[in-house]
Design a protein around this ligand. Structure first.
Ligand code: NCD
Ligand code: ZN
Length: 350
C-alpha cells in the first residue's frame, strides 16, 4: 500500500466563500491546496457585474496571502436583468469565466435568480458566442415537485429544451446528484460537463436521518437514494472528461444550520482533496483521482493545467469539531466529518 501520492495541483470548480469574517476563515483552507477556485456569486447582494467581481476577487486574494499557485476564478450571477453588455464585459475580464444560473428560489441566496430561461435567451446566446461557460444549478423550483425529483425534472423541463435551442452553449451542470444527471451529461457530448461534490459521492439520503435529523448533511440539491450515489461514483472514477471536481463547499454559521429552519450548505473546504482521495481509494481508483481533480475541469474551461504538484500522505488525523470564525468569537463553522478520522492528509508548505 502506497503511503504518499503525488498529483498535479487540483482545482475546485465550484465553491462558496462568502465575504467578511467567514471568507477570511475559509479561503486559507482552499488556498492550501487548490490552484484555481471557481467562486460562486450568490452573495447578498449578488455579484452581477464585472467590477463587483473584481472587488470580490481582491478580498479573496488578500485573505489567501502570498500564494503564487492560488488563482480565484469568478462567476457572475445571472438575473432577469442581465444584459448582453454585461456578458461582453465579463468576457473581456480574464478572471471571469462563467455566468451562474440559479432558478429563482432554488437554493441559498437565489432570490434574484432567473424566473424563466425563456426570458433571457438573448443573453444566453451572447454567452454561447463568447468564451464564457453557463453554470447551472439544475433544479426546478415548483414546490409541488418532490424535492428528490427536482433535478430530474429540471433536465426534462429546462435543460433538454435549452440544449436543443442553443446547442453551442457550453454548460456546466453543477453538483449533479442523480443517475439522470449522469446519463444526461454522458449523452450530451463535449459542450456539457458536470461537477460532483464530495458529499454526493460519500453519502445518500439515509445519512440525513441517521439516528436523528442531521442538519450538517443538508445541502441543495439534497442527498439522494443510494442508487444515485453509485451512479455518481461510477461517473467520477470513469475517466470520462465530462466529470470533474467541484466541492460546493458552502459555509454557514452553526446557528444558521442548527435551528428550526436550517439553511442548505455543507462545508468541505477544510479537507476537500482528502475527502475525494478517500472516495477514490474506497473505489480502488486512486489512479483516476488526478484526471478528475486536476485535468478535466481545466480542459473544459480551456485553461492550462496546473504545472506544480501536491502530495497526499496516508496518516490518520481528526477533523476539528468546528472552525471558529475569524474575528467573531460567537460564531463557528461545523465542517463535514467533524470529529471523525480522515485517512489522507495534504502535505503543506512543500
Ligand atoms: C449553497 C450556498 O449555501 O450558497 N448551498 C448548498 O446547499 N449547496 C448554494 C447552492 O450551491 O445551492
Ligand atoms: Zn453551490
Amino acid at each position: 500500500m502506497k503511503n504518499t501520492i503525488q498529483i498535479t495541483r487540483p482545482d475546485d470548480w465550484h465553491i462558496h466563500v462568502r465575504n467578511g469574517d467567514i471568507l477570511k476563515t475559509v479561503v486559507p483552507h482552499s488556498a492550501r491546496c487548490f490552484g484555481r477556485i471557481m467562486v460562486m456569486p450568490n452573495l447578498v447582494p449578488p455579484v452581477c457585474k464585472a467590477n463587483q467581481a473584481d472587488q470580490y476577487r481582491e478580498e479573496i486574494v488578500q485573505a489567501a496571502g502570498e500564494l503564487a499557485h492560488f488563482r480565484p476564478m469568478m462567476a457572475l450571477y445571472l438575473t432577469d436583468n442581465t444584459t448582453v453588455e454585461d456578458v461582453r464585459a465579463a468576457d473581456a475580464n480574464p478572471h471571469i469565466v462563467g455566468f451562474k444560473l440559479y432558478p429563482a428560489g432554488a437554493t441559498t441566496n437565489s432570490d434574484s435568480g432567473v424566473t424563466s430561461v425563456t426570458r433571457i435567451m438573448p443573453v444566453l446566446e451572447a454567452i454561447a458566442s463568447s468564451t464564457l461557460v453557463l453554470q447551472i444549478h439544475g433544479e426546478v423550483t415548483d414546490p409541488n415537485v418532490d424535492v428528490f425529483d427536482r433535478e430530474a425534472e429540471f433536465i426534462d423541463q429546462v435543460l433538454s429544451p435549452l440544449r436543443r435551442e442553443i446547442p453551442e452553449l457550453r454548460i456546466v451542470f453543477e453538483h449533479i446528484t442523480t443517475k439522470q444527471g449522469v446519463d444526461f451529461v454522458k449523452a450530451a457530448g463535449e459542450s456539457v460537463a458536470a461537477t460532483i461534490t464530495p458529499q454526493h459521492l460519500l453519502f445518500s439520503r439515509n445519512d440525513l436521518f441517521r439516528g436523528g435529523i442531521r442538519p450538517h448533511y443538508y445541502c441543495l440539491p439534497i442527498l439522494k437514494r443510494h442508487e444515485h450515489q453509485l451512479a455518481l461514483l461510477d461517473a467520477a472514477i470513469s475517466g470520462d472528461p465530462s466529470f470533474f471536481l467541484g466541492t460546493d463547499s458552502a459555509p454557514h454559521s452553526r446557528l444558521k444550520k442548527e435551528t428550526s429552519c436550517g439553511c442548505a450548505g455543507i462545508y468541505s473546504a477544510h479537507a476537500a482533496i482528502e475527502l475525494y482521495a478517500e472516495v477514490f481509494e474506497a473505489m480502488d481508483a486512486l489512479h483516476q483521482l488526478e484526471a478528475f481533480a486536476s485535468f478535466h475541469g481545466a480542459d473544459f474551461y480551456r485553461q492550462p493545467r496546473n504545472q506544480d504538484q501536491i502530495t497526499l500522505e496516508r496518516i490518520d488525523w481528526e477533523v476539528p469539531a468546528n472552525y471558529p470564525v475569524a474575528g467573531n468569537q460567537e460564531d463557528e463553522i461545523v465542517p463535514l466529518k467533524a470529529g471523525e478520522l480522515m485517512r489522507w492528509r495534504l502535505v503543506e508548505n512543500e
